[in-house]
Design a binder for this molecule. Structure first.
Ligand code: XMP
Length: 511
């Protein structure tokens, strides 16, 4: 049976993904499409409702982004948010002008509650505003359903046509009743069923992979990270030993990690598991290289080469599994990313393996949903909650040349950091934390001896999307313990510093 779907037309707003997550959290399936998607392609999804997001453009600009106005004649309920509201107003014959006063932040709002969008919500509440323009004249058929001090049309509706629009952002936490408004739109106005559940996703995906693969052969490259593990687990459930997993151990993993990946996957899965020990090859290629981009390129290329050699041994396979997740799909569609760092796992499809089709079982899921699917499949918590680890591994956490000795030193310091964070019970409060080996040496004193040794940096951040991040406020006593242990337990480190830079302007990884 087809699940109820809501289409989110993205006008470029910073909260577009957040809107989608709020809807998925309400157990309704939704997809984000670019604002200029053809109407036929939108209708093919058979949406029960459509949401227009906010966006940075001004609707008064000639080149302002617009979607096909025929969308208003489809009879499908629409909710316009911020820019989405202004577009709706202008497209239907209303006008938009500069606000008497720009509103930004938390604002008191008076709601007209005699409508479905604000059903069961108090008349007076707060909302989160961020706008310079607002609707001056309503399109015909519309009425005002909310006002703020400086915004006389804070929300409007044509109840008959089920067209609603809000100038504020119901998706952010600073609009305390925002989630209820979204629920009202989904369930009261669009009549959606809350039928997007992880257990049914897992079951139906297993079923469809089974049907698609039949008795053919499938290949999966495992990194030990969350996405590829969950993708492999899903395919494995569906086709068992027809799946072969290749784990390329480049020797740039954290302490014990390679062995843990092997122990888990060869034990848990009934698939063919191949671990390729390629540590020396990688080290040889990285010898003498200090430039971060070059390191990334070398690791990426060598990874593909090793994978290719192993895949060739297996011979022709019919399917290749990729752990692509929904944010990758959205981001690759937008095409606006300027190169800050090359991420080797977001390139094109590999053309070096002899396969016919690709399976991307997680293509529709956000990261938190991938984790839920992993738990549903019985993967252990520590794997499902693993922090992100860059494809080029520890090579981008060593400033300067990579040698086995320096890798060993970094692994030990990182292990101490993780151990202390776990003991302090801080694991779930941090989104990513690791140590960096700098190429700086400085003078210290140990016993009565002068030392001239390395400085290690601790990096720990909190973030929701890894596009921006703040440095984590780890308690000073915990930092003190970590520093103490590192300088005492790891030879050739005599100084520990804490990185207190947010992203931007810094990035999370140092290289
Ligand atoms: P930056 O350093 O760009 O990192 O702020 C953002 C997030 O991406 C991770 N990262 C990578 N992940 N392949 C990956 O799969 C890579 O090459 C790569 N480089 C950085 C980083 O750990 C952080 O979570």
């Amino acid at each position: 049976m087809k699940k109820d779907t809501v289409v989110i037309l993205n006008f470029g707003g910073q909260y577009s993904q957040l809107i989608a997550r709020r809807i998925r959290e309400s157990n309704v399936y939704c997809e984000i499409l670019p604002y200029n998607t053809g109407l036929n392609n939108i209708l093919e999804k058979e949406p029960k409702g459509i949401i227009f997001t906010g966006g940075p453009a001004s609707i008064l600009d000639e080149k302002a982004p617009k979607c096909d106005p025929a969308i208003f004649d489809t009879g499908i309920p629409i909710l316009g948010i911020c820019y989405g509201m202004q577009f709706m107003a202008v497209a239907l014959g209303g006008t938009v002008g500069k606000a008497s006063q720009r509103e930004y932040g938390k604002v008191e709002i008076a709601l007209e509650t005699n409508n479905e969008l604000f059903y069961s919500i108090n008349h007076e509440t707060n909302c989160w505003m961020s706008h310079t323009f607002n609707v001056d004249q309503l399109p015909s058929g519309f009425e005002v359903i909310a006002r703020t001090k400086n915004c006389p049309v804070a929300a409007m509706a044509d109840k008959k046509k089920k067209l609603y629009a809000v100038q504020f952002h119901p998706e952010v936490v600073h609009t305390p009743r925002g989630i209820e408004m979204l629920h009202n739109f989904l369930f009261r106005i669009c009549g959606c069923q809350a039928d997007w559940k992880m257990c049914s996703f897992v079951e139906s995906t297993i079923e469809s992979i089974k049907n698609r693969v039949g008795n053919k052969k499938v290949l999966c490259g495992l990194s030990g990270g969350v996405d590829s593990s969950v993708a492999a687990a899903l395919v494995n459930r569906a086709v068992g030993e027809q799946l072969t997993c290749i784990f390329v151990d480049h020797g740039l993993m954290r302490k014990n990690e390679g062995d843990e990946v092997e122990a888990f996957f060869s034990g848990y899965f009934h698939c063919n598991f191949i671990r390729v020990n390629a540590r020396e090859r990688f080290l040889k290629r990285l010898a003498g290289i200090t430039d971060p981009e070059q390191k990334r390129k070398i690791v990426g290329e060598e990874f593909i080469r090793v994978f290719e050699e192993e895949a060739k041994k297996i011979g022709k396979v019919d399917f290749l599994v990729q752990g692509t997740i929904y944010p990758d799909v959205i981001e690759s569609g937008s095409g606006d990313a300027s190169l800050i760092k090359s991420h080797h796992n977001v390139g094109g499809l590999p053309d070096y393996i002899d396969f016919q089709e690709i399976i991307e079982p997680l293509r529709d899921l956000f990261k938190d949903e991938v984790r839920k699917a992993g738990l549903e499949l019985g993967l252990p918590e520590h794997l499902v909650w693993r922090q992100p680890f860059p494809g080029p591994g520890l090579s981008v956490r060593i400033i300067g040349e990579i040698t086995e000795e320096r890798l060993e030193l970094l692994r030990e310091t990182d292990f101490i950091l993780r151990d202390e964070i776990a003991q302090a019970g801080l694991e779930k409060t941090l989104d990513q934390y690791f140590t960096v080996l700098t190429d700086m040496r400085s003078v210290g004193v140990m016993g009565d001896e002068r030392t001239y040794d390395y400085t290690v940096a601790i990096r720990a951040v909190t973030t929701t999307d890894f596009m921006t991040a703040d440095w984590a406020r780890i308690p000073l006593e915990v930092l003190g313990r970590i520093s103490n242990r590192i300088v005492n337990e790891v030879k050739h480190v005599n100084r520990v510093v804490y990185d207190i830079t947010s992203k931007p302007p810094a990035t999370i990884e140092w290289e």
